[in-house]
Write a protein that binds this ligand. Structure first.
Ligand code: AMP
Length: 144
């Protein structure tokens, strides 16, 4: 049976760090650092997803505009065309999304609401667990 995003969220939890579009880049850098995460989801009215902002966007903004950009609101540097997945999305589909879109974070949306976020690290963990499980089954089969 294919592993799906729901299985990953059941294992890691459904908390998502969200920030409002008007927080400054400096505030958001502090949040990424404090929470030891690589991305925040920017939420607008009624908690709807307005964008995503990752450490990659922070590097791009500082390198392109200089340190004064840290006083700008995060909405000026976030990605607004956010690709999302559902709890039923398979890990294979998720890997396809991440590699073709070249990003490492995907918010999970269920019934129009944010229900989690998965990162490339979660995908790697899930794949390793799956491979270990398969190896155990093969060993058990060989041992009879
Ligand atoms: P990342 O590899 O996740 O740090 O993101 C690389 C770039 O893709 C950054 O500009 C992000 O804002 C953007 N990005 C990250 N996740 C997504 C996503 N799910 N949909 C669209 N863009 C994204």
């Amino acid at each position: 049976m294919a592993i799906i995003v729901k299985n990953m969220l059941d294992a890691k939890g459904r908390d998502v760090v969200t920030v409002s579009p008007d927080r400054t880049l400096l505030d958001v850098a502090g949040i990424l650092n404090d929470k030891k995460i690589g991305a925040v989801v920017i939420t607008g009215m009624e908690g709807r997803i307005a964008g995503i902002f990752t450490e990659r966007d922070l590097v791009r903004a500082i390198a392109g505009k200089g340190p004064a950009v840290l006083d700008q609101p995060v909405k000026s540097a976030m990605t607004t065309a956010v690709q999302r997945c559902k709890e039923e999305t398979t890990v294979d589909e998720l890997m396809g999304m991440m590699s073709s879109g070249r990003f490492r974070h995907v918010p999970v949306e269920q019934d129009g609401k944010l229900s989690g976020i998965v990162s490339i690290g979660d995908v790697v963990k899930s794949r390793i667990r799956e491979i270990e499980f398969e190896a155990e089954q093969i060993k058990a089969y060989i041992a009879g």
